[in-house]
Design a binder for this molecule. Structure first.
Ligand code: C2O
Ligand code: CU
Length: 467
């Protein structure tokens, strides 16, 4: 991709040129499907062709030997079952990101389950309450495990899915590769932790530098975008496509929203309905806007029998979400501090006592929520079942943060008391205050953290308790 910080040579343009030159010789890795109930999900080392074909294969950690891992697909209302088998040489878990599931199935080691040791397994089993686009990833040693390739998509189908001609599940990722296309072996260096996280130098979609497709003009697509990167916020533009957002973080919008571009932060999902509107012979593109230009992540050559262009899509059937009681809601402010340029306040709580900021930096802790780095005995928020809680999140740092709450979705409280769409992850940019509100509807201890994994491991990780 773009000439970012890294040393790896193939720029996005090279990748595109190469892919063109090979003229289909290098088959774009499709997404493998795993439909059977009781899926055996193996986390283990693997080798995949991530970089262009003249580079060596990349040694990754993968689910079922694939990057991204198998697409797991079920229907809403079904019981999901999967057995995680740990083929790594370190403990792991699976977190089912964005699912409203019983606490014991949430995959947080030391909080909702014991970490699964090498050679051992763990059975996950829960009812799929919500339809939508979800993803799964480890919640142990997250920065390294996710960065090395452990991520996959879980699709939960509506009883009556909208009519489309084809579906594209697009997993965006960002890799920091060495010159021989191997993962840069340093995880969590101080610079990444205290700045924007582990940004990479090679962007992939479904494990490939660029996806190429061919559809006739007028084709209607359902596109499920997932950002599996640990740090990069993608800004996507659509050329030769009419695109409507129909769901965010799995939850349908009340009315589809026509867009020209969209921001998708780490862990977020965006579901779109798209009409291919470019003329026959032209190219339609989903482009990623980088500092030095816009790069095609998906290019569609428009060819074949044209179809009549279809009207704007209807809303997807809603999931059963609670009603927020904003007026009587308790407010629990969250202040984010730390990181390069601004730094932590002079004294910060960490591991049970107040310490000088300098001592925290030495210990690799750079961020704090409400003057507290990492987790401690007490939760950030305690809420009773059914209670509505408002959390204004004030970002006093110089970096963006992708704030994720486990176990329940939230809505943003907008001016004049309007409410934003339901989400499970919200990007808060520097100097912004964004207020969210959620109904405590799922009992248990739930993580509340920045999904930029380098930030998560260096202070931006906390939790809430619902009783
Ligand atoms: Cu996607 Cu705490 O996780
Ligand atoms: Cu962050």
């Amino acid at each position: 991709m773009a000439r970012c910080e890294g040393k790896m040579d193939p720029t996005r343009r090279d990748v595109m040129a190469l892919a063109g030159g090979l003229a289909g010789a290098q088959v774009v890795p499709g997404l493998a499907w795993a439909g059977a109930p009781g899926h055996r999900l193996t986390a283990a080392p693997a080798e995949v062709q991530l970089a262009p074909g003249d580079y060596p294969k990349t040694r990754v950690w993968a689910y079922d030997g694939r990057v991204p891992g198998s697409v797991l697909r079920r229907r809403q209302g079904e019981t999901f079952e999967a057995r995680l088998v740990n083929g790594l040489d370190q403990p792991t878990t699976v977190h089912w990101h964005g699912l409203r599931l019983p606490n014991a199935m949430d995959g947080v080691p030391g909080m909702t389950q014991a970490a699964v040791r090498p050679g051992e397994s763990f059975d996950y089993r829960f009812v799929l309450r919500d339809a939508g686009t979800f993803w799964y990833h480890p919640h142990a040693n997250s920065l390294e495990q996710i960065s090395r390739g452990l991520a996959g998509v879980l699709v939960v189908d509506e009883a009556e899915p909208p009519e489309v001609d084809a579906e594209e599940i697009l997993v965006l990722d960002d890799w920091r590769l060495t010159e021989d296309a191997q993962l840069h072996p340093e995880f969590g260096n101080r610079h990444d932790m205290s700045h924007a996280g582990r940004l990479g130098n090679y962007i992939t979609v479904n494990g490939a530098g660029e996806l190429r497709r061919s559809y006739p003009r007028g084709t209607r697509l359902r596109v499920r975008l997932v950002n599996a990167a640990t740090a990069r916020i993608f800004r996507l533009v659509f050329r030769g496509m009419d695109a409507w957002v129909v769901a965010l973080d799995a939850m349908p919008l009340e009315a589809p929203e026509r867009i020209e571009q969209v921001e998708i932060g780490p862990a977020q999902r965006v579901d779109l309905i798209v009409n291919v509107s470019a003329g026959t012979g032209e190219e339609a593109i989903i482009g990623s806007v980088e500092r030095d230009g816009t790069y095609a992540t998906v290019s569609v050559s428009v060819a074949g029998q044209e179809q009549a262009m279809r009207a704007a899509p209807h809303a997807l059937p809603p999931n059963d979400l609670p009603t927020l009681a904003l007026k009587d809601a308790r407010q629990v402010p969250l202040v984010m501090e730390g990181g390069a340029m601004r730094g932590l306040p002079e004294r910060v709580r960490w591991q049970g006592s107040k310490r000088e900021a300098r001592a925290l930096y030495e210990a690799g802790q750079f961020w704090a929520f409400n003057g507290q780095a990492g987790m401690d005995g007490a939760p950030l928020i305690e809420a009773g079942m059914g209670e509505t809680v408002r959390v204004p999140m004030e970002n006093r740092t110089a970096f963006s943060h992708a704030m994720h709450l486990h176990g329940q979705h939230f809505r943003e409280v907008l001016p004049e008391g309007r409410l934003g769409p339901w989400r499970d992850t919200l990007v808060v940019h520097p100097d912004e205050t964004r207020e969210i509100a959620f109904v405590a509807e799922n009992p248990g201890d739930w993580m509340f953290h920045c999904h930029m994994a380098a930030h998560q491991m260096s202070g931006m990780m906390n939790w809430i308790r619902i009783t």
